[in-house]
Design a protein around this ligand. Sequence first.
Ligand SMILES: Cc1ncc(C[n+]2csc(CCOP(=O)(O)OP(=O)(O)O)c2C)c(N)n1
Ligand SMILES: [Mg+2]
Length: 337
Amino acid sequence: MAKLRKGVFGRLNSFINNHIIIKSKNMSLFEMQKRMLKIRFVEESIAERYSEGKMRCPTHLSIGQEAIAVGVCANLNKDDLVLSTHRAHAHYLAKGGDLKKMIAEIYGKVTGCSKGMGGSMHLIDKSVGFMGSTAIVGNTIPVAVGMAKGLKLRNKDAISCVFFGDGATEEGVFFESLNFAIIQNLPVIFVCENNLYSVYSGLEVRQPKGRKIYEMARSMGIEANHGNGNDVVEVYEKMLKAKDNISKDKGPQFLEFDTYRWREHCGPNYDNDLGYRDESEFLKWREKDPLKNVLDSSEFKSYIDSLKDDICEAHLFAENSKYPEYEEFLEISGIKK
Ligand SMILES: Cc1ncc(C[n+]2csc(CCOP(=O)(O)OP(=O)(O)O)c2C)c(N)n1
Ligand SMILES: [Mg+2]
């Protein structure tokens, strides 16, 4: 794999590299790169249009972090369940979520995946096994564990997988959930996207020096691994192994991936001027763009062109859709049957 990656600049090697099928034969690198491009362009379109004031919910963008969602979800089947966080767009799209339904949800329209009542942070689409995302840090972790318990009780050949940030590992429920999953030997994969920050607080002011999140998890008795979250192949292979471990009855798995969010914590802008992190750190991470050499590769040109059309269409669809009626709210909330 490393040999192939080295030759990525050469045209022939680039062709081979983009069309290789990685170990499990689940998905080619080319397909994963297309998925990352989709997430990048969709989120950039959200950032670009946000100031129009039509998307009236907070949005947390994953620009710079796309490889984790894609590398993880490339190993998941439709029946596998995913739970997510306030930063959910990449996870939703990578799990096969519908672009129009996601954009409509962000516009608060009834055609959205949560019928326009959730917004960006509350995406749900059971038809693709995307079981929900919420704004409360850490709170989908126990839900994922509960779902894994349900899968096990029903003898399902599927797993549950939950994405969360480094900040969520500071919530008490994180430890309770891991402990319960270990004790009960549940088919769940915990995926920590470590982007170094919880809003404006760096890890260095939140956790003791030298602590590694995956080592802390491992010390609780769970098999834990760590990798470069900006390398989609590495993420893919670590996830493949974790899933394989579950099928060999090695219990729940924990994965931590290093990455970096490029934009502000919440919203469409850059915020390096605020002073909680410096420009040089941002530039260092931007050099490690998971889409480096992909964005300007001629191989993706026609895909990008059609993607841009799809994205425009999705925004138009959202703008032309209706807001939910009060009656619909009563129905979905279970107040009125
Ligand atoms: C229980 C709880 N505490 C605090 C917040 C406010 N809050 C929203 S996002 C966030 C940061 C979470 O950081 P992390 O888990 O690392 O995710 P990231 O935003 O970096 O993706 C915080 C503290 C919240 N929503 N819920
Ligand atoms: Mg974080």
